[in-house]
Design a protein around this ligand. Structure first.
Ligand code: FES
Length: 105
């Protein structure tokens, strides 16, 4: 399985409670900084492909604006009407640079 570490910028490029969308390996990935921790999730709701960066960042979750599903930032688990987990990517900060660990499925 191919694994890549992809830089998404410097730690100072991100502000607290921000959601930033990136294209990584032809996939839309949402990078979130909350409480000093970086999260990376698929930027597409598993219910009906809502764009999550248009939604709302909650405490530990992102809410899809289309029908209100909420996805846990750590596990990707969703609430109704989403039944499928959201894909989650690992993140890493090395010398102030933020990486998303991308793994081909
Ligand atoms: S598309 Fe996200 S909750 Fe329906």
């Amino acid at each position: 399985m191919k694994m890549e570490k992809i830089s998404v910028g410097n730690i100072n490029d991100f502000v607290e409670d921000s959601m930033t969308a990136f294209e990584i390996a032809n996939r839309s990935v949402l990078v979130i900084l909350q409480a000093g921790q970086f999260y990376a999730l698929e930027d597409k709701c598993t219910h009906d492909n809502g764009i999550l960066h248009d939604g709302e960042l909650l405490d530990g979750a992102v809410k899809c604006e289309r029908h209100g599903a909420k996805f846990n930032l750590t596990t990707g688990a969703g609430t109704m009407p989403a039944v499928k987990k959201l894909r989650i990517y690992q993140t890493e900060v090395v010398d102030g640079e933020v990486f998303v660990i991308y793994q081909e499925l």
